[in-house]
Design a protein around this ligand. Structure first.
Ligand SMILES: *Cc1c(COP(=O)(O)O)cnc(C)c1O
Length: 440
């Protein structure tokens, strides 16, 4: 129980974890810690600080925008009041999404953007007098840790404790390669049978992040979106992780040529600089709440909705897309990922390698004696000892860097990961040999 710090960290088993590493500054794709001797230690941020950072840490334009805004207005109640950064950001956002999305609702995080979307979807059907009360989601999905978001998400170790408190959501089988038709046909069957009860389909387009960077085809996404349209079911696209270039296009939905009814954004929205969520809605959904009757108000808020500093950061981040070669950077990262994928694919201890935009992921085979179940923490430690931050999800190791990562830093990550897998298989074969000797 004895620890130096009284902070309770997220997703951290304090009984097993070492003390958190104090970071004193960050720049580009790197974090800087100070070691025990007061020396600066450079750590490559291989996961964009939990998928939020896009243009690099402390990007000077965002720093400047936030500084300038802080001197004018930091925060104001967002009901009955507005401000320039929010108005400008909203217009800019609406320019880069599908034109059918017409209104932007702000909150503080990915989870809150999801909560707002779910409430809008339910409210839409209630207010238009044709209640639909079922939510469908993709198996394996992750939408955040609040109760509504947990309900929509996949059930597992992260939320088993709260399962009795979650509302019922139907989960479609994930469209793994070769089983896409099964997913599409299952959804179609449900729609034919109980379509008039289904309010919305919620999914992470193209890449399921927390499920282990699971990817599926744009064609499948398009087929699911078409079925939603045909049956009057709202499509909620959770682009909290995939948004802002992560998958190679500004939004993953673009690759399938689809337009969701509700679009949830967060993480990269401010370039990863400040917490902020946004839920974008169509005119039709907005109209369902637009009424002389006050009881039809969208009763939802978070205290810091539309925070002026977050809006200024988001606006500056979107301007970087216009002033810097961001798309080229993502393409360069993707090209490097693809080259590395070729090497890792050849390894017998690697089960599958996949790349989408700036995301590189592989699964390490862990069917050996159950020994490798402790794989994630082992890889984490090995990489961190070599000054690389990777945080595997089970046996899935992924690299998801800020787009500005230096070519040689990315090469270094692959090289260290290669060495890490070598070291793991060595340990594994030594353990197996020892086991055989014992049997003999
Ligand atoms: C991270 C994430 C969320 C939750 O966002 P928070 O800001 O952590 O609440 C929701 N959906 C997806 C796809 C995510 O990756």
């Amino acid at each position: 129980m004895k620890r130096a710090s009284p902070i309770w960290h997220p997703m951290t088993q304090h009984a097993l974890s070492p003390e958190a590493i104090p970071i004193v500054r960050a720049e580009g794709a790197c974090l800087y810690a100070r070691d025990a001797r007061g020396q600066e230690r450079r750590i490559i941020d291989g996961i964009s600080s939990w998928w939020v950072n896009t243009h690099g840490h402390c990007h000077p334009s965002i720093v400047e925008a936030v500084q300038a805004q802080a001197e004018k207005l930091e925060q104001v109640i967002f009901a009955g009041f507005t401000h320039d950064p929010a108005e400008k950001l909203t217009r800019k956002l609406l320019k880069i999404v599908d034109p059918s999305l017409k209104y932007v609702f702000y909150s503080d995080s990915g989870s809150t953007a999801i909560e707002a979307a779910l409430k809008m979807a339910i409210g839409y059907f209630e207010h238009t007098g044709k209640p639909r009360r079922r939510i469908v989601a993709l198996e394996g999905g992750y939408h955040g840790d609040t109760f509504g978001a947990m309900s929509a998400g996949s059930r597992g170790v992260f939320n088993a404790l709260y399962e009795p408190f979650l509302f019922d959501v139907k989960h479609l089988p994930f469209p793994t390669q070769g089983s896409e038709q099964q997913t599409i046909q299952t959804f179609e069957r449900w729609l034919v049978k109980r379509g008039s009860e289904i309010a919305a389909l919620i999914l992470e387009p193209l890449v399921q992040g927390a499920a282990g960077m699971r990817m599926y085809s744009p064609e499948t996404l398009k087929a699911l979106a078409d079925l939603c349209k045909a049956h009057g079911v709202l499509l909620i696209a959770d682009e909290v992780m995939t948004g802002f270039g992560r998958t190679g296009t500004m939004f993953a939905c673009e690759q399938a040529g689809i337009a969701p009814d509700l679009l949830c954004l967060s993480k990269g929205l401010t370039g990863g600089f400040l917490p902020m969520g946004a839920t974008l809605a169509t005119e039709e959904i907005y109209k369902a709440f637009y009424h002389q009757d006050r009881s039809k108000t969208f009763f939802h808020s978070t205290s810091f909705t539309g925070n002026a500093l977050a809006c200024a950061a988001a606006l500056a981040s979107l301007e970087i897309w216009e002033s810097e070669p961001v798309t080229e950077r993502i393409e360069r990262v993707e090209a490097q990922h693809k080259k590395a994928a070729g090497w890792f694919m050849a390894r017998p201890d690697v089960a599958g390698v996949r790349v989408k935009g700036s995301i590189f992921a592989l699964d390490v085979r862990d069917d050996v004696n159950g020994y490798l179940s402790a794989l994630g923490p082992q890889i984490y430690d090995f990489m961190l000892d070599r000054d690389v931050l990777l945080r595997p999800i089970g046996n899935c190791v992924y690299v998801l860097p800020p787009y500005c990562i230096e070519e040689q830093d990315l090469e270094y990550i692959y090289a260290m990961l290669w060495a890490c897998l070598d070291s793991l298989s060595e340990q594994c074969s030594r353990a197996a040999a020892a086991g055989q000797r014992k049997v003999a």
